[in-house]
Design a protein around this ligand. Structure first.
Ligand code: BG6
Length: 538
């Protein structure tokens, strides 16, 4: 399976940063010096996300005072070629070819490249020598981040070889007493990209391999949604305000819709997507994370483990979907030829490296029920799809209607009163809105829904940091709050496994088709209509 990867950049209009004296992250001190070793250094992820993010960290003046980048890949490249590829990555991220800023470009100018096969122990020994040399020459102080940006099938062998070459230095990273770092040896952390496993069993296996070599507090499992500003804002919104939490429960909330709609198709990732499908690609990770942040209990502190404990507790409370009732809880669909923004769009089955008979879902919708006091009886509907009319990621909390309808005449005039709706817009147009009823001007009482809106773009400063910038910096400072713990990953797989098993056992059964540029298959409407509800159109 090829490494899943990101949609096309919307970055072409980004202002290119230049060296800034400010610390926009509000760090009390810069991160420790360190070496960042990227496995899969010539791949798509490195090119499109990691290199621009590392460069931006330097420009924002928050990277470690001494940071060495080491690319590890199979391709025979000279260091000059690797640096040129990094420069090209930064240029294409910003959509121009202006020169790399001198002040922040040293991470590129001094980058190193090591060619080797991922299963060749000697290559890892050469890596160990190179890292020791960098400690000496560039002052990286024995601190290392190993970033797995290869196809997931290579994760186990890399982890194992890192261990065999003595590079894992189990226990050297953290704050857990029994794994305290030997004095002066620096820390070692490993970043594992998504997808983390293909199902519960393989995720479990990967965790076993990791645990044999690294301590849990050395492991940083990425879900880049968690680093989006607006996603982090969910917790601030809920727990830094007094007025929302009292109504954030079954007494006031009717249901919640979590949507991640994409206008993009599968781009160049047909081979990966054929194996993954929408449920694995988006719901098992990104949407389940949005759901967890929306529904979890307040953590006792804003620390990595306190937040993650609450998320796991919530995920454990999600009712298991009975295998024989999967069709009542989940819907899948696939797009056929259609039109988006007046441009013709080809069917999924005609995409590059996609089978003409594919039954892979490009749309999935799932209903989750939570068996706890707060959410008993409140459905959470999660949906995602490729080639929907436009990009929109949002969480819509629909409140119950008023218990007594005072304005009967108004209702006759204006139809049924729409319930209050709170929408957290993750992207684009990041912000929040609250819909409520207002009186229309005039002699008779007429009602009209209006909105209170907050927009990040106009109310606060721009959102200048990419999710990868935030995640890399957190890893450098040893803050794992935005990364997944092993038990979270297991629980997220547990939730979707009955659906995956059922769909795998009945290929194509119930696969609804939808035209590209529409809001998904009809059956998705049925999923919510059975409960007397409708999807909103973001
Ligand atoms: C990735 C998926 O994890 O997230 C892609 O593999 C998807 O299929 C992408 O397009 C969406 O991320 P974002 O940040 O663009 O919403």
């Amino acid at each position: 399976m090829a490494l899943e990867y990101e949609q096309l950049d919307d970055a072409l209009e980004r202002p290119r940063p230049s060296a800034s004296p400010l610390d926009p992250f509000g760090l009390e001190r810069p991160p420790d010096p360190c070496a960042v070793v990227i496995f899969g250094a010539t791949g798509d992820l490195t090119h499109r996300k990691l290199v621009p993010a590392l460069y931006d960290l330097s420009c924002h003046n928050v990277s470690p005072s001494r940071m060495a980048i080491v690319g590890f890949g199979r391709r025979a490249l000279s260091e000059t070629d690797f640096r040129a590829a990094m420069t090209e990555a930064i240029d294409s991220f910003y959509g121009d070819d202006s020169r790399i800023d001198q002040a922040c470009g040293s991470c590129v100018r001094e980058a190193r490249y090591l060619q080797g096969d991922f299963d060749d122990l000697q290559a890892y020994q050469r890596l160990a020598d190179l890292l020791a040399e960098l400690d000496e020459q560039q002052g990286t102080a024995g601190n290392r981040i190993f970033y797995l940006a290869t196809p997931p099938s290579l994760f186990p062998v890399i982890i194992e070889k890192l261990g065999a070459a003595g590079l894992a230095r189990r226990g050297a990273s953290g704050d857990v007493a029994e794994h305290a770092a030997p004095e002066g040896q620096g820390w070692t952390r490993i970043v594992v990209e998504k997808p983390f496993g293909h199902d519960l069993e393989s995720a479990h296996q990967l965790n076993v391999v990791l645990r044999e070599v690294f301590a849990e507090n050395q492991v940083y499992r990425i879900d880049h949604y968690l680093a989006k500003e607006t996603v982090q804002n969910i917790l601030v919104f809920r727990f830094a305000n007094g007025i929302f939490e009292p109504v954030w429960n079954r007494s006031f909330v009717d249901h919640v819709q979590i949507t991640a709609a994409e206008a993009l198709g599968v781009e160049h990732r047909g081979a990966y997507y054929e194996e993954a499908g929408a449920l694995r690609d988006m719901i098992q990770n990104h949407l389940v994370q949005l759901f967890a942040l929306t529904a979890m209990e307040p953590p006792v502190a804003f620390s990595a483990d306190a937040v993650r404990d609450e998320k796991v507790k919530l995920l454990r409370a999600v009712r298991s979907i009975p295998p024989e009732h999967v069709d009542q809880f989940a819907v899948r669909g696939q797009y056929v030829d259609g039109t988006i923004d007046e441009q013709p769009v080809i069917a999924y089955r005609r995409e590059d490296r996609v089978s003409p008979n594919s039954t892979t879902e490009t749309y999935a919708a799932v209903k989750l029920l939570v068996d706890n006091w707060r959410w008993q009886g409140v459905p959470f509907y999660l949906r995602t799809g490729k080639r929907l009319p436009h990009q929109a990621t949002e969480i819509a909390v629909q409140f119950k209607r008023p218990p007594h309808l005072l304005f009967r005449d108004a209702e006759k005039l204006g139809g049924q009163i729409p319930p209050n709706l709170l929408v957290i817009r993750i992207q684009p147009d990041e912000g929040l809105s609250l819909r409520f009823e207002a009186k229309t001007p005039g002699q008779v009482i007429g009602l009209q829904p209006v909105e209170m809106k907050f927009s990040y773009g106009s109310a606060l400063r721009e959102l200048p940091f990419s999710a990868y910038e935030t995640l890399l910096l957190d890893c450098m400072t040893g803050d794992a709050t935005l990364f997944n713990r092993d038990d979270q990953v297991d629980e997220a797989w547990r939730i979707v496994m009955p659906i995956l098993d059922r769909w795998a056992a009945t290929p194509g059964h119930g696969l609804g088709i939808y035209e590209a540029g529409t809001w998904g298959p009809e059956a998705a409407d049925g999923l919510v209509a059975r409960d007397g509800r409708r999807w909103r159109q973001p």
